[in-house]
Each structure stands twice: as structure tokens, then as C-alpha cells.
Ligand binder design. Structure first.
Ligand SMILES: Cc1ccc(OCc2nc(C(=O)N[C@H]3CCS(=O)(=O)C3)cs2)cc1
Length: 328
């Protein structure tokens, strides 16, 4: 009887120290299990005489009940403590704003390219693209820039293997188009171009260009001005004014550059070049310069984006820094 009393007190004392399910299970097995201490004592009852067996048996059952109740309670306390701890850790504040879903996005150059081409497509131009690796013949000679002409110095060329080169502008594709179709021609040529130049805040060795060409009977400089004025208004707002000033490009005559009025200062911002297609270029593709005239233009989408978004360094576009790209 005494040993049952002692065992019960010790076991309950140990139980109160247990704070995890594994130790609790070990305690249960050690005390109440098939080969547990209490189970052992109760098995020993068979040796006692009837009277003693009844007394000790009753004690044993009380002890068993007390221990099982203690086990049950301890188990509940441990799981409640565990739940309270987890509840604190995994608390969800439902009043927090939702996390923005990280969505994919178009590169800023692509966005501006699409704005530019959309504006001209809306005016009846078709988009064509051409090879980035070109021949001197299409990149220069067909554009009235013969071998040895100083105008070649306007472009620092990356030669693949002379006379093969990386195109310095998208103009060769306009020559290719005119070679293969008769007027009327209205094309827009977006694409990557390359120059052998040290990179700095406004120069990248690889960049995009969008050039355009319209050739038909009776096209005049007024058509050039009207088309580009409409383009500027579509891209920079209808309150924009434009200014044309003389400029030289070997493949047009007269050549101009076009500026828009600065929306925040009193100055003029140059956004593109243009001109009437040089008669020698028309003749070179087999068009009769007495019958057909045309205008052409060229602009740099990175420069347009820099103007539009206030970007101060062209190198941001292709340095793959997500902190920059995520803003668009
Ligand atoms: C057969 C053909 C005939 C004429 C052509 O004239 C394309 C033209 N481009 C420009 C021009 O100013 N270009 C530059 C502006 C900024 S930029 O991106 O660096 C390129 C003027 S006229 C092209 C092809």
C-alpha cells in the first residue's frame, strides 16, 4: 500500500515537470504501460490474501485513476500552451493590405517602341523589320554614302568581316523594301542598331531606332511636316508645338531635325531627324526621281523614353537592374 502511495506521489511530481508530448508519452509507458511500474504492482496482487487484495486493489485503482487523470490534464495543458505559442507566432492581421502580385512587364524600350509604331500604323504605315547583320552595300552605299565619303565618319561601324557589318541604323531595310516593291511605300522600321562608340550617359553601343519612309507620286515637304507634327502630338500631347531646322544626312535632301516645345521649360527639345529622300537613293533602287518623291525620318526610342520619363542615363536600359525596370 505504501509503495502505491509513494509511486503515485513521485509520478505526479514528475508529471508536473513534463512540458512536451514525447516525455509525456514516455511517462505514460513507464508508469501505466503494460510493463509500467503501477501495472507491475497491480499484477503482484495475486500473491496477497483475499482481504489485503481487496484493499490494495482498491488503492491501486484509485492510484491508476488519479495518474490517468493527471496524464489527461497535463496533455491538455501542454497542447494549449503549444497552441497559444503558435497562435502568437502565426497570428494573421486580416486588416493588413493585400500583397501586390508581382506581374511581368514590358521593357521601357518596348513600351515606347509600341507607342511610336502605333502612332504611325494609325496613319497608314506598315511595320517591317530587317537583318541586324548587314552589308556595307545596304547600310551605306544604297544610302548615298559611297566608299571613302566623309559622311561615313558619322557612324563608327562595328565590322563583322568587311564588307559585312552590324547595321549602324535601320535605314538599310528601307532600301531593301524599295528594291522589292513599287510605290506607294509607307513603312516603319523598328530595330536594334550598333555603333563602335564608348558608352556614356547618352551613348550605348547597342540601341534601338525607328525609321520611317513614305514614297509616292506628289509627296511634298508639307506631307513630312504634317505627318511628323501629328506623330509628336500623339506621343507628347496635343498641345505640343514643333520646330523644323535644317540638318544634313546623306540620304535626304533637304534634311531637317524636328524639335518639340519643352512642356516644363521655355526651350526646344530635338526628338528626331527627317528629310526628303535623296533623288540618288530613289534612282539607286530603280525608282524614277522625276515621278516619285518621298520623305523619311528616324528617331531613337531610348532617347524618347528618357525625355518622357526623365531618365538621365541611357545605360539604365540594358544593365538589367530590376530597381530601374520595375518602375515601368
Ligand atoms: C532608304 C532611306 C532613305 C532615307 C532614310 O532616312 C532615315 C532618316 N533618319 C534620320 C535621322 O535623323 N536619323 C537619326 C535620328 C536620331 S537616331 O536615332 O540617331 C537616327 C533622318 S532621315 C532612310 C532610308
Amino acid at each position: 500500500a505504501q509503495s502505491i502511495e509513494d509511486l503515485t506521489q513521485n509520478a505526479l511530481q514528475e508529471l508536473s515537470q513534463i512540458d512536451n508530448p514525447d516525455e509525456l508519452e514516455q511517462w505514460r509507458v513507464r508508469i501505466l504501460g503494460r510493463r509500467g511500474e503501477l501495472t507491475g504492482i497491480l499484477r503482484g496482487l495475486a500473491q496477497l490474501d483475499l482481504e489485503e487484495r481487496r484493499q490494495v486493489g482498491a488503492l491501486g485503482n484509485q492510484a491508476k485513476a488519479a495518474l490517468e487523470e493527471g496524464l489527461e490534464k497535463r496533455g491538455r495543458d501542454i497542447s494549449e500552451a503549444r497552441l497559444a505559442q503558435v497562435a502568437d507566432l502565426e497570428r494573421i492581421d486580416v486588416t493588413l493590405p493585400g500583397r501586390p502580385v508581382a506581374t511581368g512587364r514590358l521593357h521601357p524600350t518596348t513600351q515606347v517602341l509600341r507607342e511610336i509604331t502605333d502612332a504611325f500604323v494609325a496613319m497608314g504605315f506598315s511595320i517591317v523589320e530587317g537583318p541586324e547583320v548587314e552589308w556595307d552595300h545596304y547600310n551605306f552605299e544604297m544610302l548615298n554614302i559611297p566608299q571613302g565619303h566623309p559622311a561615313r565618319d558619322m557612324w563608327n561601324t562595328l565590322w563583322v568581316d568587311y564588307p559585312m557589318l552590324l547595321r549602324t541604323h535601320t535605314s538599310p531595310m528601307q532600301a531593301r523594301v524599295m528594291e522589292s516593291v513599287q510605290p506607294p511605300v509607307r513603312v516603319i522600321v523598328p530595330g536594334k542598331c550598333y555603333r563602335y562608340e564608348a558608352t556614356d550617359a547618352t551613348h550605348e553601343w547597342h540601341f534601338y531606332q525607328v525609321e520611317g519612309l513614305a514614297v509616292d507620286e506628289g509627296i511634298t515637304f508639307a506631307d513630312l511636316k504634317g505627318t511628323l507634327y501629328e506623330f509628336a502630338r500623339r506621343l507628347f500631347g496635343t498641345e505640343r508645338k514643333v520646330r523644323f531646322r535644317c540638318d544634313y544626312f546623306p540620304f535626304v535632301e533637304p534634311g531637317v531635325d524636328m524639335s518639340i516645345d519643352c512642356f516644363s521649360c521655355s526651350g526646344w527639345i530635338e526628338i528626331m531627324g527627317a528629310g526628303m529622300v535623296h533623288p540618288r537613293v530613289l534612282a539607286g533602287v530603280g525608282y524614277d526621281p522625276e515621278k516619285y518623291t518621298g520623305f523619311a525620318f528616324g528617331l531613337g526610342p531610348e532617347r524618347i523614353a528618357m525625355l518622357k520619363y526623365g531618365i538621365d542615363d541611357i545605360r539604365h536600359f540594358y544593365s538589367n537592374d530590376l530597381r530601374f525596370l520595375r518602375q515601368f
